[in-house]
Design a protein around this ligand. Structure first.
Ligand code: PRP
Ligand code: URA
Length: 242
């Protein structure tokens, strides 16, 4: 865990506004953390999905819009090679093409909400699944199941999970990917909202991992829900809230 955060996390303190500003600054400047451009459009979309009065249909629609932006940003971080094509005007054009092959891996269940956004931009993309659930009372992540593309070790992996809180679920998933032979520097973790503790701990534990996110929040509550957050993403997206 980053030294800066230890006093806050160990003593379960709500960080002061001064600490929050410092943490957010540290996170935002990290070279392997790519935050979506903080446009007014993104702010408006995030405001809708964070609003507790937003009905499920709108939550799904506007989450899908942010997911699309995140997936597009993820593709910006894949390597390309030079490629020349000839246009219908008979002229050469010096362009690029993607260098490697990709796949998605979603952390069930909330991560499954991001699969369509990936399919919309990468036709017939292969998608692996990992079922990891947090224990509701301890917030400890437990791994139940994984099924990954057989040739995953030769691919770039877009890891899909909308919420990064303690990082327990993402850590377990990345360990599974590494055991399957995926190179750490070929993993792009795509998520909507991070806690500052989670994002910094992940970047420290995996020194080649890249993270693409929409917003970094202020802290977590005692049950390790992100604050201000948006509540339980899976429950709101799949309609299983009380
Ligand atoms: C949520 C979320 C992440 C995890 C984040 O899943 O989708 O996978 O919690 O928390 P962490 O960073 O502290 O591990 P959850 O286990 O609640 O399951 P769900 O997808 O079925 O809602
Ligand atoms: N999972 C969620 O869905 N929301 C949180 O705030 C934390 C974990």
């Amino acid at each position: 865990m980053p030294a800066l955060l230890r006093p806050i996390v160990d003593r379960q303190l709500q960080p002061s506004s001064c600490a929050v500003v410092l943490i957010l600054k540290l996170a935002a400047q990290h070279p392997r953390l790519h935050q979506l451009p903080q446009t007014k459009q993104l702010k408006a979309l995030m405001t809708i999905i964070r609003d507790q009065t937003t009905p499920r249909g709108d939550f799904v629609f506007y989450s899908d819009r942010v997911i699309r932006l995140l997936v597009e940003e993820g593709l910006n971080h894949l390597p390309v090679v030079n490629k020349e094509v000839i246009t219908p005007m008979g002229m050469p054009f010096q362009g690029v093409s993607f260098e490697g092959r990709i796949c998605g891996v979603s952390i069930m269940r909330a991560g499954e909400s991001m699969e369509q956004g990936l399919r919309d931009v990468c036709t017939s993309v292969r998608i692996g699944k990992v079922l990891i659930q947090r224990d509701e009372s301890t917030a400890q992540a437990k791994m139940y199941y994984s099924k990954l593309p057989k040739d995953i070790s030769n691919r770039w992996v877009l890891l899909l999970d909308p919420m990064l809180a303690t990082g327990g679920s993402a850590v377990k998933c990345i360990e599974t990917l590494l055991e399957a032979g995926v190179k750490e520097d070929r993993i792009l973790f795509i998520n909507l909202i991070c806690s500052p503790e989670g994002v910094l701990a992940m970047l420290e534990q995996f020194p080649k991992l890249q993270i693409i996110t929409a917003e970094i929040d202020e802290s977590m509550d005692v049950q390790k829900y992100i604050l201000p957050g948006l509540g339980d993403f899976g429950d709101r997206y799949f309609g299983t809230e009380d």
